[in-house]
Design a binder for this molecule. Sequence first.
Ligand code: ATP
Ligand code: MG
Length: 631
Amino acid sequence: MPSYREFHQRSIEQPDEFWAEQARLIDWETPPRRICDNDRPPFTRWFGGGRTNLCHNAVDRHLAERGGQPALIHVSTETGREETLTFAQLHEQVQLSAAMLRGLGVGKGDRVLIYMPMVPEAVVAMLACARIGAIHSVVFGGFASGSLATRIEDAAPRVVVSADAGSRGGKVIAYKPLLDEAIRLSTFKPESVLLLDRGLAPVERVPGRDHDWGALAARHAGDTVACEWLDATDVSYTMYTSGTTGRPKGVQRDVGGYAVALAASMKHIFQGEAGQTFFCTSDIGWVVGHSYIVYGPLIAGMATILYEGLPVRPDAGIWWSLVEKYRVGVMFSAPTAIRVLKKHDAALMKRHDLSSLRALFLAGEPLDEPTARWISGELGVPVIDNYWQTETGWPILTIANGVEPRPSRLGSPGVPMYGWKVKLLDSISGEELDGPDQKGVLAIELPTPPGFMQTVWRDDERFVDTYWKTIPGRMVYSTFDWAIRDADGYYYILGRTDDVINVAGHRLGTREIEECICRHPAVAEVAVVGVADALKGQVAVAFAVPRDASAVADEASRLRLEGEIMKVVDERLGALARPARVRFVSLLPKTRSGKLLRRAIQAVCEGRDPGDLTTIEDPGALQQIRELLQP
Ligand code: ATP
Ligand code: MG
């Protein structure tokens, strides 16, 4: 077994050899001729000349060995539906769906927009697209018409696959009216809408355009559709970033590189074994869902759980009951969900047999130490933070226990993964920061590894301008995150580059201050933003959610807690980082994917327009802040 250091070094110094080896983890119809092509930077292309198919690798290739084993396990605590499709059944469903799409005129390179709740048909439709070489563009179910309309406009899909409704916390959300309105708003009109009727909400069909999933499936019953062999560099899908920092970017991904990247990550990072169960609690509308609900686990021959519902309904033990029932080996979630669970009784977790669980991976936002410590203590398994982006497709920073086990460090997502040439750069001079504990922009050098985005959909120029031109004097990819590295090579994410606060000439990551405030036992969650200040340039202002609302019931107790929190910051980070004010709110503004909308809070604090808020979870959270700031 090589040491991880050697493994990483080889991936960087001999990328062709390294990735040719990884490419053997998947099936090829024609093996690649050229492994890495970096002739036209920054557009790295992988596995040129190779022909393969994501659906073949996720489904067909497992039929001989495990056709009768579970592939897709669907559990809905919203509708009570619970079913398991074996690989053979999934194969059948995917072919049926592929035949339906073909029947609607969908061919290779056509776009299919999938606006669906967390139901098996959504995954089946994704795989069906992959099977016939159509490009899917999954839009998070329940996004309002405006967000959906811009994505329809951008993807220009021949077909939209949708459902009558989603459901959240027992409340039915009718999708069809949202979709109809979005199509009305968009100048591009899809030819057909394929509509799954779950019997949750009445639907009105547009004659000639709208088709009923059930009726169409009956017409195609028994149809078989072979996998279309695609060039490795063909487009598999497009999807949008979360929109935390502004207008979402349409990320375009390939076929071969993505398949290889996921297969390799399942082995080296997630240690997922064929025949076992993987449970990722994300949504198929996010990149984590694409990579680790759908493609990653299935490519690895694992059963994957598709869960529709809240983590706390019927009670906060629901996820753990699924771990017990389906003998989940590996779990993947987000810190925001764990913080929700932390507010509930841990006994609900302990009631279940969790002995099958080997690790819990968390990603999407910074994992604060108290949350990491709590969940790892309760579960008794390693909790592994992993840092990545929609753009990267799979983790940039984490721990590769499948190569060489090493301990996680609290507060750090880990070390650079194989294939990623991670650098810390001075944002002003662009110079590389070699020493330990220096703060810089986290950047990636070319060539980018397999799985990384190919470009911004239909906009090469935006790809180059947005990501590759921000550091003076060099063509490197900016993550727009701010980080430090310790003497042992572990990285710590300090916040987004536009969240860096400049107090009297000192640069502080908002994340550093948040992490520190989270240590106060009365604080459940906190957001820190920099607010313009005539004297100091900028000052930090904190918005904290108290663990117990009664702790801030009156002015005196609010002031007392504010004082205590300031003291914690003084002691750990110094007076410079001390927030000018600590305000208390009952919830924080977040995107639908659970990310803090600091830029919106900052805008409100500075009396500016908060800008694009289409991805906000609850506008009430921002309203609370507005009201607090009223004189
Ligand atoms: P947009 O790019 O549209 O503003 P976004 O950056 O929130 O939206 P995503 O791609 O979903 O869209 O999120 C990636 C970002 O999430 C990272 O750049 C980083 O800021 C944050 N992030 C993800 N994982 C971690 C982690 N483990 N620790 C700290 N931050 C993380
Ligand atoms: Mg981003």
